[in-house]
Write a protein that binds this ligand. Sequence first.
Ligand SMILES: Nc1ncnc2c1ncn2[C@@H]1O[C@H](COP(=O)(O)OP(=O)(O)OP(=O)(O)O)[C@@H](O)[C@H]1O
Length: 777
Amino acid sequence: MSEEKQWQEEQHRVDKVVETIEQKQQELQEASGDVKSEILQVRKDFWDDVTVNLDDPDDVVETQASLKQQAEFLSERERSHGQKSERLKTLRDLHDSPYFGRIDFQEKGEPETETVYIGIASLMDQEDEEFLIYDWRAPISSMYYNYSPGPASYETPEGDIEGEIRLKRQFIIRGGKIEGLFNTGITIGDKLLQNLLGSESSPQMRSIVSTIQREQNQIIRNERSRYLIVQGVAGSGKTSAAMQRVAYLLYAHRESLTSENMVLFSPNPLFNSYVATVLPELGEENMWQTTFNEYVQKELSRTFRVEDPFDQMEWFLGAPSDQGKTVRTEAVQLKSSLVFKKWIDEYMTKLGSGGLHFLPVKFRGEELVSKDEIRDYFYGLDRSVSLSNRVELTSDWLLQRIKAFQREEWQKLWVEEEIQLMDKSEYLEGFQKLESSKKFTDATFDDYDREREWLSKRVVKKKLVPLKRKIRQLAFVNAVKTYRDFYEDAAGKHPEYRAVCETSIEEIHRKRLNWEDATPYLYFQDQLKGRRPLTHIRHVFIDEAQDYSPFQFAYLKELFPQARMTLLGDVNQSIYLHAIDNPTPIDEDAEKAGTGTARTERITLMRSYRSTAQIVGFTSQLISGGDKIIPFTREGRLPVVIEADGQQAMQKRAVSLVKELRGRDIENTAVICKTIRDSEAVSAYLAEYFDVQLVDKETHSYRKGLVVIPAYLAKGIEFDAVILYDASAENYAEEAERNLFYTACTRAMHELYLLTPGKRSHLMDDVDETAFEVEQV
Ligand SMILES: Nc1ncnc2c1ncn2[C@@H]1O[C@H](COP(=O)(O)OP(=O)(O)OP(=O)(O)O)[C@@H](O)[C@H]1O
């Protein structure tokens, strides 16, 4: 069949499908309108349709039942309306672009070839008999991603279905019109992918549903593993695959899984907003998205001023190489390791028989239960009971003590004074309560006593509420002091870490916690007080997983005991201090990294999609093993190293470069600096010429245009052009900064410039001279 004929036939089919969509839209709109007016009516008549009678207890019960019934009816209607609106939104998307793929599949033993069209959601014909479009997540659709024409199979609950793909076709459809049509051979989607990857970057990540690659599909549809570890080179689609995986899981387990059962840990708040549009684009709701830092700060900020990972990074990049830096580096390495977790576990065993510190229970400045009494009670409990359970029992005991104390307190003078100060409404409330309980007759002496008694009880009870709450929160355990003792003990046992322990004690004393101490402290506290694990979470996604220490990962495992975990990362992008000599959760040595179980699976992605072949050619030479990275064949300009004659010349060139890029319609440009201080200075300078956005650790979203950003915050995101600001030998002097340098360079999709005010960094020494151009200004 001629190409033109094929095109016509396909367009004809698209027209028919669009017609069906329009019919369905109309029907649904009418039904949705009906439900909406019904809801409005129910809301309006709500009180007419319920029987409200509060005369006697039976009537109250009946009223409650009637109210409940009406409320349930209303919420059922609202739910139905919600589902209809969602379906309408999906139909709107399908109306614009009904599908992106087609396979003709002949099942073994079947005479007919089945034609399967694949889109972002399923669509049945008007008779509900045939699929006009299959959802990309349906089992049969998996073949579209997994196979080229030829033998193919797919899994179903009843077993594997085998056969042959006779044709595989891709479409670009917009506004109901076919704009592109490709019959694909061995590699899927080269042309379509070229198209997509060659386009402009965006401050919001896009869904890759129409061009998912086979190796990415394995991540998306993985059902077996407890820990799925993805080591993927920069730009290999890890984040993209993770988002598609969420959508896939929500579809495949729609009876039992919702977005509330999932959490995504991302590297910073900016990244959260970067990925936030992907799932809604696929018709799914976003899950709980957070950062580990956000979680830690929420848990600890009432006790300590906790450093965040970005400040730790800034310190690392800025601190002079002296004794202080050596000690802190040692501290970071130690406190990230599972060895340190073991030290804490051992100390917990010791605490089982003595050494735990308590705080006295005080009320109105008076000590009710001394810390010694609490300690005696605690250590009087059966020693085989775990520490956290003993703390729980102690809390019960303290609450009992408070109850007894409460009675003694009623008669006290301060209570009488409080009653005098009570405002009128509170007083009246007491009076009414007594009256309604029919214990209060006319104003007799007896009634007056009862009123006093009632009010005294109320005053004492109310005053004790915060204290009881604190006891329930186990605030009587002095975890901070105990943690300090732990370091004292460690300093004695491990003299080689004496300096580390001493500085830790000093920090604790100042109510401060360095980032490397945050997870160990949380863990320490949990061992003492227990923590309710978040069992409703069934899937945890950790992006940039190489930035987590084994200790942090172990902590997350305990926090989400029922969850499967998908860890995505790149060892060459581990930029934090702890990763220098430590394994990270994505390390090949799973045992060391704490991810080794029978159900751990590793997937390695070597193809890089983000950058042009020229940029990948350059960046891959910055890291060891980079020669194995496979660039996606998309051509562009060689990276340019601009050697400027001093700082001023570099600044000037940065301005002219941005102007040049704009002249060529390259709008989304990032000037990537090493630290926030550099970024502030550069953005202030550029602001004299352009509208520029400075991104710092608090930035939640960025807009199109010119952005200045420190390298460690640019993780995970991408720009059309990257200008690496100050790639000099002085600025990037240390080997430990190699990954940061690499991460910054790999943010570029189409063009990469490295500006240096003098000799370029030795981190580029191994890059072949043919992999970049040199410009001198
Ligand atoms: N199958 C695909 N189809 C279309 N685009 C893709 C595909 N895979 C990746 N991309 C594109 O490649 C770029 C990089 O993807 P992504 O950010 O998911 O990679 P990553 O591995 O998380 O990168 P990094 O580790 O460098 O942050 C994005 O623009 C993404 O849209």
